[in-house]
Write a protein that binds this ligand. Structure first.
Ligand code: HEC
Length: 284
């Protein structure tokens, strides 16, 4: 009797489970999620093809230096880079005196304490300092940016789907919402056009963001290596630089991965040969 009840309960349970799985699956199949306006207008970033891409990628140091220049002259007015110290720039090929000079001449000073009075003060940056924040705190940052917070850029290429390709697409993707048409030729509905202090950009998930187009004109920075500073080039270079800030040891990882693969291949060959050797005189 007890067994019978147990079996019935078990069978009932399995039945309920089956029904719910099947009905859930059919609901999923028959009712595709409602397509929102954001979906219809959102664009996915195109691949840029950086030298650091792929399992054997390395950094293009000249490009990283140009990208750093763009960060310094354009983005650093609003965005912090709080995980990177000035001395890390040596990795980009800057010499010790050059790094000292960059820190010393940085437009924003580092918070400090006056040793005589104990009052808050600021001082010039030194190589061991992290890049100083452009705003005193979040309240000040939001107040200056239409209540939006410019995110710290140290890890942004890891934090966003598409990484550097997304950053490049975002920087070059500002459009005029009044004249923009998606690939089906549809105009942007009035309620999705940018409100006060917002800017239309189909690469941004909800289409309107608080960052005004930061790189607007060719020649906005003057590159020391003579590379023509087009809007696209500057956007590529700063995106490449932000790959480095997010993973400065990327080349080590790629090198180690390659060495490990070679070692594993070698170890596999050895294991196979010893297997053949051990079983050599045994009949099959
Ligand atoms: C005038 C200030 C300002 C400048 C200059 C500026 N930004 Fe921004 N940025 C913002 C603000 C504000 C946001 C937040 C936007 C939002 O959430 O609506 C933002 C957001 C971003 C984001 C994140 C977008 C996302 O997906 O959330 C990236 C990436 C970015 N900025 C990169 C840059 C780069 C690279 C530069 C330099 C070329 C730059 N910004 C220059 C103000 C600025």
């Amino acid at each position: 009797m007890v067994r019978l009840i147990g079996a019935l309960v078990g069978a009932g349970f399995i039945l309920v489970l089956l029904v719910s799985v099947i009905s859930g699956a059919s609901a999923y199949i028959t009712e595709p999620p409602q397509e929102t306006v954001e979906h219809r207008f959102h664009l996915h970033p195109e691949k840029m093809g950086l030298q650091s891409d792929g399992p054997f990628g390395t950094f293009d140091r000249a490009q990283l230096q140009r990208g750093f220049q763009v960060y310094k002259e354009v983005c650093s007015a609003c965005h912090s880079l709080s995980l990177v110290a000035f001395r890390d720039l040596k990795d980009l090929g800057y010499s010790e005196p050059e790094v000292k000079a960059i820190a010393n001449q940085w437009a924003i000073e580092v918070p400090d304490v006056n040793p005589d009075t104990g009052e808050a003060a600021t001082r010039k940056a030194i190589p061991s300092d992290k890049f100083p924040h452009p705003y005193a705190n979040e309240v000040a940052a939001r107040a200056a940016n239409n209540n939006a917070l410019p995110p710290d850029l140290s890890l942004i290429t890891k934090a966003r789907e598409g990484g550097a390709d997304y950053v490049h697409a975002l920087l070059t993707g500002y459009r005029n919402a009044d004249t923009y048409k998606n690939e089906k030729g549809e105009a942007v509905p009035a309620e999705n056009r940018p409100g006060q202090g917002l800017h239309f950009n189909p690469y941004f998930a909800n289409l309107n963001l608080a960052m005004p187009q930061p790189i607007t004109a060719d020649g906005q920075v003057t590159y020391a290596d003579g590379t023509p500073a087009t809007v696209d080039q500057m956007s590529r270079d700063v995106s490449a630089f932000l790959v480095w800030t997010a993973e400065p040891k990327l080349e080590n990882r790629h090198r180690t991965g390659f060495a490990v693969l070679i070692f594993l291949l070698f170890a596999t060959a050895l294991a196979y040969m010893s297997y053949r050797n051990i079983w050599a005189d045994k009949k099959h």
